[in-house]
Write a protein that binds this ligand. Sequence first.
Ligand SMILES: NC(=O)c1ccc[n+]([C@@H]2O[C@H](COP(=O)([O-])OP(=O)(O)OC[C@H]3O[C@@H](n4cnc5c(N)ncnc54)[C@H](OP(=O)(O)O)[C@@H]3O)[C@@H](O)[C@H]2O)c1
Length: 273
Amino acid sequence: MLLVTGVSGGLGHLVAERLAGRDDVVLGTRAPLTGARRVDFDDPESLPEAFAGIDTLLLISAGYGEDDTVIARHDAAISAAERAGVGHVVYTSLTGAGDHLPYALAHRWTERRLSASTSLKWTVLRNGLYAELLALLAAPGTDGRLTAPLADGRLAAVARADLAEIAARVALDPAPHAGRFYELTGPRALGGAELATATGTAYEPETLSEARKRISASGALDFQVPMLVGTYSAIAGDFLATPDTGDLHTLLGRAPLDPLAVYAEAVGAGTGW
Ligand SMILES: NC(=O)c1ccc[n+]([C@@H]2O[C@H](COP(=O)([O-])OP(=O)(O)OC[C@H]3O[C@@H](n4cnc5c(N)ncnc54)[C@H](OP(=O)(O)O)[C@@H]3O)[C@@H](O)[C@H]2O)c1
């Protein structure tokens, strides 16, 4: 039996869609969802019941919070999986190129926690940043300008649907993927000028300092400000520009979705991620 956590989130929801109707899959979420098990890593006492009878756990990272919060959540999930006799954990992590990102630490901690487990088999899906995330980070304004501190940096953005497809496939048949780290970045890198052209706007780079003030004034939570500024900084520094070197295409078994089209669609829908 496979349990997918976090199915009310953007990624988890797309995974659940792909697994709908299977009697060997159960869904987990904090949200009240008919037929799903309640899974809240902030409530470790609830996890033994949620993980009972589970062979494979698709652990969708619960990344919104300070490092200690996120680490405690993931530790609770992995410890509960060990105690429940889960055989294999598939974890959605962060691309290795993202080590400069403020939220990389909790992902690396979780990878280390999994690989130190004496009972669990594991697979790490090192997801690149979503094309849908770019639609928030580099959203065109109503003034016809696309203002963002990307300098001349680019991002090898990846469609979240492609990551969901891979997570579902690997979790359904995890054994061949045991002990593997997969780097799942997008097929090509996108920069501010290209994003502006795709949305009929003009790219206007801003500074990180201007962006930090804008984000702080937007009502962002404390932890979100360094998270977002650090993301801009890593893109501007061109640390996230390396496109897929094979894992994405191989695991999908088809060409990845075009991240520029996914970005433009998310901008048009006004949804971001
Ligand atoms: N690669 C990227 O560009 C990117 C961008 C944003 C985030 N992420 C990371 O990837 C994860 C999935 O992305 P997403 O787009 O699906 O994010 P999202 O739509 O914001 O969803 C947040 C996810 O975190 C889960 N979560 C939060 N607190 C939890 C808790 N206490 N216990 C269990 N689950 C909890 C939610 O589960 P429920 O609400 O169903 O309980 C949901 O799956 C995020 O949590 C974050 O770590 C990656």
